[in-house]
Design a protein around this ligand. Structure first.
Ligand code: LMG
Ligand code: NDP
Ligand code: PMR
Length: 403
């Protein structure tokens, strides 16, 4: 029964591969194995599995369909506005962290191409960012590179000061940058001594978003937004989120004790695991977005959102993974899970969350379905736990010096 259920998770489109005897057997077995490791699946978990299957169906559009469907999506693309809007609306300014590669760069490019946005590329490597912008053909007047190292809270504060000195309005903040250290045996640390993945992906962005909220509030732009990039791999209500090691923040005891390796470098207080630290950081990102929504949406009118842009298997995120993984991961996602999305397509999706009028709802975790049209997705139990979000907020405030 459990085997049947796990097998049913495989996309029907793998049927042709499936016919090829040995290939098919190992496919079934490995997929099942990866599940039994993580979940100790039993027959009574079938309904959960079916939910996961449904989620996965929504979250993993076939690549080819995704591209084709761009033209028929119900959601208007980011670069279409009514003539009235064009006349009255000034150019928006969007800050994107980690815009020197992957999703951040593709989003910067997509926004710049509309002619309606000036993008602040907030990057740790100034030269790399400049080169990246040129390499994708962005025009000088559409972007500004500013230095930001999220692995240093001092740098975050410095960035905010520098930004204010430019006297540019701030209309949208996109917290996109991230590091992933799946092969690290020992933790590394930020300037202030926090474990690097959570320190960069969560704490750096936590301080940045809290400080820049004041600037967003002041903006007179019709739709002000703050976006924090999440991921399917932090959501245990999906197949991808059940690949070990699974995200789990526990009772936040490791975070509360400083995440500095003295007691623990993991949020839940456990042994260091770089892949888990990344997934935990994504849960923090999704919880933070919801807590911001609860605390500030009504008062400020700012839209808070998160998203899973699809599996962009070719980005720099996997730079520290083993070479075999980097070689096999893109074809695996393209042909087997069908969860693959190109950097360009993912950039268009995030650009929609930045500026599409139909994606203006606050508190939403966006995903894209088979037709590449957006939908409001369900977060896992942990990633939507309001109590945990509040506790995470309070502990994080202490760590970054806001409380
Ligand atoms: C782990 O390593 C670390 O060990 C761990 O500490 C942690 O850091 C973790 O999440 C981070 O990474 C990663 C990886 C090492 O280990 C695993 O992923 C364990 C499972 C590996 C199982 C590999 C087979 C997967 C099969 C999936 C189901 C579909 C299979 C169909 C293919 C049948 C094959 C005959 O391992 C690696 O680095 C190598 C594995 C790379 C994983 C990516 C999956 C590739 C699957 C191969 C598909 C081939 C693609 C060709 C497609 C063409 C189709 C026409
Ligand atoms: P990339 O590695 O291509 O991009 C990450 C960016 O973050 C780079 O520009 C990198 O800078 C920057 N960065 C890393 N550390 C810091 C730091 N300390 N200070 C400032 N910037 C930093 O990966 P992706 O484009 O894939 O990742 C972008 C986002 O998408 C992440 O939030 C990731 O979690 C998310 N995501 C990715 C998925 C995927 O399949 N790739 C799936 C789901 C979510 P530099 O260029 O200098 O290295
Ligand atoms: Mg995963 C529907 C299946 C699906 C999807 C959408 C993803 C996305 N992955 C899926 C399935 C599987 N993955 C299966 C069955 C396996 C076992 C072979 C598997 C393995 C795997 C590994 C080892 N996947 C990975 C890794 C990584 O190192 C990546 C990761 O966890 O980064 C944190 C990853 C990812 N898979 C995804 C996505 C989107 C990622 C990476 C990016 C991210 O969350 O930011």
């Amino acid at each position: 029964m459990a085997l049947q259920a796990a097998y049913s998770l495989l996309p029907s489109t793998t049927a042709s591969i499936h016919k090829e005897g040995r290939f098919s057997a190992s496919l079934k077995e490995t997929t099942l194995t990866s599940f039994s490791f993580s979940n100790n699946l039993r027959a009574d978990k079938i309904s959960t599995l079916l939910t996961i299957k449904e989620q996965r169906r929504k979250q993993t559009p076939p690549f080819s369909t995704a591209i084709r469907a761009q033209t028929v999506t119900a959601t208007p693309p980011a670069n279409e506005a009514s003539p009235e809007q064009k006349k009255t609306q000034r150019k928006g300014t969007a800050v994107i962290t980690g815009a020197s590669s992957g999703l951040g760069l593709a989003t910067a490019k997509a926004l710049a191409d509309t002619g309606k946005w000036h993008v602040i590329m907030a990057c740790r490597n100034f030269l790399k960012a400049e080169k990246a912008a040129k390499s994708v053909g962005m025009s000088k007047e559409d972007y500004t590179v500013m230095h930001l190292d999220l692995a240093s809270l001092e740098s975050v504060k410095q960035f905010v000061d520098n930004y204010r000195r430019t006297e540019r309005p701030l209309d949208v903040l996109v917290c996109n940058a991230a590091v992933y250290q799946p092969t690290a045996k020992e933790p590394s640390f930020t300037a202030e001594g926090f474990e690097l993945s959570v320190g960069t992906n969560h704490l750096g962005h936590f301080l940045l978003s809290r400080l820049l909220l004041d600037d967003l509030k002041k903006s007179d732009y019709p739709s002000k937004r703050m976006i924090i990039v999440g991921s399917i791999t932090g959501n245990t209500n999906t197949l991808a989120g059940n690949v070990p090691p699974k995200a789990n923040l526990g009772d936040l005891r490791g975070l509360a004790s400083g995440l500095n390796g003295q007691n623990s470098s993991m949020i839940d207080g456990g042994e260091y695991d770089g892949a888990k630290a990344y997934k935990d950081s994504k849960v923090c990102n999704m919880l933070t977005m919801q807590e911001l929504h609860r605390r500030y949406h009504e008062e400020t009118g700012v839209t808070f959102a998160s998203l899973y842009p699809g599996c962009i298997a070719t980005t720099g995120l996997f730079r520290e993974h083993v070479p075999l993984f980097r070689l096999l991961f893109p074809p695996f996602q393209k042909y087997i899970t069908k969860g693959y999305v190109s950097e360009e397509e993912a950039g268009k999706r995030l650009a929609q969350v930045v500026s599409d009028p139909s994606l203006g709802k606050s508190g939403v975790y966006w995903s894209w379905n088979n037709n590449s049209s957006s939908f409001e997705n369900q977060l896992s139990k942990e990633a939507s736990d309001a109590e945990k979000a509040k506790k995470l907020w309070e502990v994080s405030e202490k760590l970054v010096g806001l409380a």
